[in-house]
Design a protein around this ligand. Structure first.
Ligand SMILES: [Zn+2]
Length: 217
């Protein structure tokens, strides 16, 4: 197999989407093509890749709004959590897998930021697409303390499951760098350095002041 992996700036609110595939078998998936589905499909076509699935990390509008166009251009199935409003033809559940050429993508259900949120992991190259769960230096916003507690548990599962060496590819370019690793995030992401969920909730409340104090963007 030969990996194809592109991080694509989709527009919107610094949205990132991804093209992931196997050049040898000429199969690929699009992940959250959102605002620029034509651009993603063009990159696949230029490399003679057939798009088999359009994967959504979660159902927020800025991640699913390119689905209809991407689907019309490729005929690919939408793959997402069953609760995702994109009405997925292929259901992604915790522990589920999806074959793309010689690649096997693994999914984790990670609610908190959204009730239908999943991460996408490619274990052979240790590539983790985190959607809006983990950004470089931040985590996904939550509306309530209850959602934040759910997110804390999801983060804990990811950090306990995915190797430190895995690279991290978020759904938005919100950080000081466009990508990271699990090890780097454990070291530098203040939300992941919280000792417990109460500290995590407190940091969420204090975030604007915290950022200002440390000169973060
Ligand atoms: Zn979101």
């Amino acid at each position: 197999m030969q990996l194809v992996f592109e991080q694509i700036r989709a527009g919107g609110d610094r949205n990132f989407g991804y093209l992931l595939g196997d050049r040898d078998t000429r199969q690929a998936v699009l992940i959250d093509p959102s605002y620029s589905p034509e651009l993603f499909v063009t990159r696949a076509e230029e490399q003679s890749l057939a798009v088999t699935h359009i994967i959504n990390t979660h159902g927020h509008e800025d991640h699913v709004n390119g689905n209809a166009t991407a689907r019309a251009l490729t005929g690919a199935a939408i793959a997402a959590h069953p609760a995702c409003p994109s009405c997925p033809g292929v259901s992604i559940v915790d522990g589920g897998e999806l074959t793309v050429g010689a690649l096997c993508l693994r999914f984790m259900y990670v609610p908190g930021h959204a009730a239908d949120h999943v991460t996408v992991y490619e274990p052979r190259h240790q590539i983790l697409m985190t959607g809006d769960l983990i950004f470089v230096g931040k985590v996904g916003g939550t509306r309530t303390d209850e959602d934040a507690r759910v997110e804390w548990n999801s983060l804990g599962r990811v950090l306990a499951t995915i190797p430190d060496a895995a690279t991290v590819w978020p759904g938005h370019d919100y950080g000081a760098r466009p990508s990271s690793t699990i090890a780097l995030e454990k070291e530098t992401n203040p939300f992941l350095r919280c000792a417990d969920v109460e500290a995590f909730l407190q940091l969420k409340r204090d975030w604007p002041d915290y950022k200002k104090r440390l000169g973060l963007k």
